[in-house]
Design a protein around this ligand. Structure first.
Ligand code: C2E
Ligand code: MG
Ligand code: MG
Ligand code: MG
Length: 276
């Protein structure tokens, strides 16, 4: 009896493990196919000057347009792409498409916006990242001062000394570097001071609680003060309300992005709303 039960438990676990592995495998092969068939799309979210609400930049955010499931958000496939190495071709596609898109818009008379592109940890560690970025700039014709790469604190710290070298090689191309989701990692002021970066992006988890949550408000204000002391630009992400924007403005934040101004938009929609 006990033995039979043990066997059943065993079988149960094996089956559910197999199911999980299969689901993952099918997601992986579906994502691989989506890349080949160009079923990924970029949406663009405006970044605006806090004081004037002038559009100064855009962040490219990838989505998967699955013929059956519809639009799949990046949180559902970026981690898997990162684990399987698919992030390398995927990231290359994002960078190339976004650079080409912005250059197209500039050729069409758009103001000289900056383009922010997210770089994952695995991509960051590719030995030829700077060379690759340089090639994409040349191929698209986009001028380096138009491009900004977003990295997280943990991405940079994971790679230690080499992380610093990679940052310097990227910076030498003439592009800008920003730290995404800032405040969720463990960078000390001393560490931050040594990094060759241009901007901090305050993580939206702190913006969400402003102004009611005293801790969130305090953290956001501290990040802004710190950025100013280090001569870094500072942008708040995830700004949804006027109260949040007003608080951040008062605290000295330079720029923001968030639903208050605009959601990320498909390229055609973005062009229709902001580039005429
Ligand atoms: P992230 O880079 O921190 O991007 C900000 C996320 O906040 C985006 O989610 C954006 O749509 C969302 N957001 C913007 N404004 C608001 C707001 O007012 N309220 C709220 N609640 N959310 C807002 P999204 O597009 O789902 O992207 C999630 C994450 O996926 C990104 O976080 C980034 O880490 C990753 N990701 C997106 N595109 C790429 C990519 O091309 N490459 C890589 N490596 N990662 C990407
Ligand atoms: Mg980002
Ligand atoms: Mg972020
Ligand atoms: Mg994030």
């Amino acid at each position: 009896q006990a033995k039979a039960q043990g066997r059943n438990t065993y079988r149960y676990y094996t089956e559910s493990l197999t199911r999980a592995a299969n689901a993952r495998l099918s997601l992986e092969s579906r994502l691989r196919r989506a890349l080949e068939r160009e079923e990924l799309v970029l949406h663009y979210q405006p970044q605006v000057d806090m004081r004037t609400t002038r559009l100064t930049g855009i962040e490219a955010l990838v989505r998967w347009e699955d013929p059956a499931e519809g639009l799949i958000p990046p949180d559902r496939f970026i981690p898997l792409a990162e684990e399987t190495g698919l992030i390398i071709p995927l990231g290359a596609w994002v960078l190339a498409s976004a650079c080409r898109q912005l250059q197209d818009w500039i050729d069409g008379g758009a103001p000289p916006l900056t383009l922010a592109v997210n770089i994952s940890s695995h991509q960051f560690a590719q030995p030829d990242l700077a060379l690759h970025v340089d090639r994409e700039l040349t191929a698209s014709g986009l001028s380096p001062e138009r491009l900004e790469l977003e990295l997280t604190e943990s991405t940079i710290m994971q790679h230690n000394r080499r992380g610093m070298e990679i940052l310097e090689a990227l910076r030498a191309l003439g592009i800008a570097l920003s730290i995404d989701d800032f405040g969720t990692g463990y960078s000390s002021l001393a560490y931050l001071k040594r990094l060759p970066i241009d901007k901090l992006k305050i993580d939206k988890s702190f913006v969400q609680g402003i102004p009611e949550d005293r801790n969130d408000a305090e953290i956001a204000a501290t990040i802004i003060a710190m950025a100013r002391n280090l001569n870094l630009r500072v942008l708040a992400e995830g700004v949804e309300t006027e109260a949040q924007r007003d608080f951040l403005h008062q605290a000295g934040c330079d720029a923001y992005q968030g639903y208050l101004f605009s959601r990320p938009l498909p390229a055609a929609e973005f062009a229709r709303q902001y580039l005429r």
